[in-house]
Design a protein around this ligand. Structure first.
Ligand code: GDP
Ligand code: K
Ligand code: MG
Length: 270
């Protein structure tokens, strides 16, 4: 069984990885690139491999790390993902989360640095967050070892029970969803049903690398292009910005519902 660790840089991935694997780890490079590849066996579970992925802010094609991580997730399809996020910086970290949720791979959201969150006096409504995202959420401190093994064990349980596939992907506004529905219909015979929504969003964004890797025909691309243009005209924005800004709107709404900050950001403690 392979469990992948995905998260932003500085979310605590290395701390969690070391915590879960102890001494046993293998360090190399991803094929063809000099991005570090690291995996190890989960302590006490010789049949479970923890695969560390490069720290990334999104699954876009803008950096080598992002391409490596997304190719691994999309092509190798690990059995489960632990998405580790910095609990003191949830809003920014959830941007990657919204993309990971679309892959339809069993996933746990591990809110790390919970020791600091408590110290700051912030409150996270875990149940509400689970409901909003449609994905299991566990608070954790990788540094203190609090709930680290529990997160891994919850991932194992999901795989064994064939559960944990995110159930509640973010819904974009009407004209975007309309275009996505057309795209999904056109590409499903080629990419299959798993992660279909993620592929459709990539096509909508005109992500050249993703489109090349899917091997879509010119007919399909011409057909979906008309729907993308209609949507851009209606919203008076380019497709990629439409997706990004709607993800941020959605995250802002989730934050309002689920996270109570004791102090506004930037405000000094006395
Ligand atoms: P990575 O970039 O995602 O691999 O993050 P690291 O594992 O290197 O962690 C970044 C920093 O956060 C380091 O200084 C860690 O010691 C610290 N850190 C990681 N997890 C926790 C945690 O649960 N609580 C606290 N307070 N610090 C943490
Ligand atoms: K680091
Ligand atoms: Mg690291």
């Amino acid at each position: 069984m392979i469990i992948a660790l995905a998260g932003n840089p500085n979310s605590g991935k290395t701390t969690l990885f070391n915590n879960l694997t102890g001494g046993s780890q293998y360090v190399g490079n991803w094929p063809g690139v000099t991005v570090e590849k690291k995996d190890g066996k989960l302590k006490g579970h010789p049949d479970v491999t923890i695969q560390d992925l490069p720290g990334i802010y999104s699954l876009s094609p803008y950096s080598l790390e992002e391409v490596v991580a997304r190719q691994y997730l999309v092509n190798e399809k690990p059995d489960a993902i632990i998405n580790i996020i910095d609990g003191t910086n949830i809003e920014r970290n959830l941007y990657l989360t919204t993309q990971l949720l679309e892959l339809e791979i069993p996933m746990i959201l591990a809110i790390n640095m919970i020791d600091l969150v408590r110290k700051n006096g912030d409150q996270i409504n875990v149940k509400k967050l689970e409901n909003d995202l449609g994905c299991k959420v566990i608070e954790m401190s990788a540094l203190k070892g609090e709930n680290a093994l529990e997160v891994a064990e919850a991932a194992i349980q999901m795989v064994q029970e064939h559960t944990g596939i995110p159930q509640n992907p973010h819904v974009f506004t009407g004209s975007v969803e309309h275009a996505l529905a057309h795209i999904e219909e056109s590409i499903e015979p080629i990419v299959g049903s798993k992660g279909l929504r993620w592929f459709a969003v990539k096509v909508f964004e005109r992500d050249e690398r993703a489109i090349r890797e899917m091997g879509l025909s010119k007919e399909i691309l011409d057909h979906v292009e008309s729907h993308i243009r209609d949507c851009e005209k209606e919203l008076d924005d380019d497709a990629e910005s439409i997706i990004t800004s709607q993800r941020y709107d959605y995250i802002a709404k989730v934050m309002l519902e689920c996270v109570k900050k004791k102090r506004a950001r930037g405000e000094l403690s006395v």
